[in-house]
Design a protein. Structure first.
Length: 189
């Protein structure tokens, strides 16, 4: 199946389409609630079932190589994002998305960390072997690094090495191979 064929904007979020673009220019409504959500194993964090299945396989394969990571953040409601945005500096923030502009609203985005960074700054995640493994392998499971280094002018967000987005294997492979963002991929579709 060609994942590019149907690409809705966030305004008309199609809950079955994993390529919905959510950012400061494509907002999800306050009333949007994703369906087919499941709890991340051992937590209360929610994620879309398809993304969760892929994540569990990715995590198992990393564990087999002696690497461990966990989902620190997944689905966020509009009101939760609103609180985070205000606490993070509001309109000045290049990291914390405004409410309605966060991919976490979709249940397809996750923030991944290692236990060694649980109390440390997220930004140090890129220095870990887990991050290097994820860079090399996340596309094999349908994930991309959503806000890559040097692409702030396209995504509107600073580099977030911990922020991964589930887009499906075909799309993830192409985005990773071409070293582009989801915005660039969807504009080329």
């Amino acid at each position: 199946m060609n994942e590019k064929l149907n690409k809705p904007s966030a305004l008309d979020a199609d809950d079955g389409n994993i390529l919905v673009l959510v950012n400061r220019n494509n907002l999800i409504s306050r009333s949007y609630t994703p369906v087919d959500m499941v709890a991340v194993q051992g937590t209360e964090r929610l994620i879309k079932r398809s993304a969760h299945i892929a994540y569990l396989k990715m995590k198992a394969d990393a564990l087999a190589e002696g690497l461990d990571f966990y989902i620190d953040s997944a689905y966020r409601s509009y009101s939760t994002q609103e609180r985070l945005f205000i606490a993070g500096g509001g309109e000045r923030s290049k990291v914390c998305a405004p409410p309605g502009a966060s991919e976490h609203h979709t249940g397809l985005a996750v923030d991944i960390l290692t236990l060694t960074l649980k109390k440390g700054p997220y930004r140090r995640f890129f220095q870990t072997p887990e991050y290097r493994w994820l860079c090399d392998h996340c596309a094999d499971y349908g994930f991309i690094i959503r806000y890559p280094y040097g692409k702030t002018h396209i995504t509107g967000y600073d580099w977030e090495p911990w922020h991964f987005r589930y887009v499906g294997r075909e799309t993830a492979a192409e985005i990773t191979k071409r070293k582009i963002t989801l915005e660039e991929y969807l504009n080329d579709a």
